[in-house]
Structure formats: C-alpha cells, structure tokens
Write a protein that binds this ligand. Sequence first.
Ligand code: FNR
Length: 194
Amino acid sequence: MTYRIGYLVGSLSRDSINRILSKALVRLAPPSLELTEISIRDLPLFDRDDEQSPAPAVTAFKSDVEESEGLLFVSPEYNRSIPGPLKNAIDWGSRPWGHNSFARTPTGIIGASTGAIGTAVMQSSMRSVLSFLNAPQLNAPEAYITFKPDVFGPDGEVADAGTEGFLRHYMEEYAAFVERVLSVTAPGHVGDRD
Ligand code: FNR
C-alpha cells in the first residue's frame, strides 16, 4: 500500500529552515508514503464573508487537503504559537461549517526552530486546533528540532547520523500511524468531514 500525504510548510520564507526540514523528511520517508506539498502561499486572509463562495485558491487548497490520505505539518513557532499563514490556511480548511476538510485525516506535527525548545509550544497549540477539528494525531515520537546549519544541507541532506536516524524513525512511525488510522476509518468519505 502507498499513501498520498500532503505536507504543509508553515513558513513563507525563501530561506525557511522548515522547508529544508521538509526536504529531509521527504528524503527519509519510507516508500509507502508519497509526499506532495500543499502550498499555503496564495491563500487570501480568512474572511467569514467569503466562506460560501471562496477564491479559487481556497477551493484548490481544500480539495488538495481532502484528497490527501494523511497530512504532515512542518512549521516554525512564531511568538510561542502557530505562524499566521498556517493558522490562516487551517481556518480556511475548517470552513464552512459542516465542510471541515481535516476531519478524520491522520496528521503529524513537526517543526524546526533556531531556539532550544524546537517549536514545542507551536506544536502544543496545533494539537488543540487539530483536536477540535477531529484530526487524529501521531502522539509519539514527538519531534522538536533545533536547527543547526552544519547538520542540514540546502536540499535536505542530513550530515549527522543521529539526527538522520531520528527523522527516519519519525517518518516510519508516522507511516505506521497513517496505516492504523485508515484501517479503521473510511478514507476520503466526504460526508464524514464535519
Ligand atoms: C521567531 N522565532 C521563534 N523561535 C522560537 O523558537 N520560538 C518563537 O516563539 C519564535 N518566535 C518568532 C517570531 C517571529 C515573528 C519570527 C520571524 C521568528 C525564530 C524562528 O525559530 C526562526 O526565525 C526560524 O528560522 C523560523 O523558521 P523558518 O521561517 O526559517 O522556517
């Protein structure tokens, strides 16, 4: 079995360390995962007035999320929380009421920071949001990555064997989690996405 996994990078920065981390995760993922980025860059700011007739970028985003069998969030922590662009994307995906694109989709949350706690507070906030949205989450291993430029190459090469082994293990555990969740839910059943 292979699983279609959409990943969202929570940073819009050209030099994003989380984009580099996402490249490392794609490299190290087991062959059962087909990882494709779901871009959040072109989404307008969330406006409840546009929920019923959203911009084409929103419709495309929601359909990319819904077609994914699993979702992986690779994000920085901004001011001890979820970066605005990522929260904006999640808000669009959650609406309108009754059309929550995230429901029942197995998720993983991982992030890199230049600081010592490696996005732990952002991840805690994400867990609350994803719980409210009824998205199952990989609980363990947790992955709080302190980014070191000498460890990660620009295309996601990982120079340190310990870090590489940990990230490979994380992706293997995520793949096993996706398989477990999908074996007890009906994947892609749109009527369940509420
Ligand atoms: C940060 N940074 C940061 N780091 C952290 O560990 N905890 C935090 O709360 C914050 N807050 C924060 C706010 C804002 C607005 C910025 C721009 C940055 C530092 C952050 O970890 C660093 O800039 C990373 O490089 C951001 O990830 P990307 O954008 O490179 O993927």
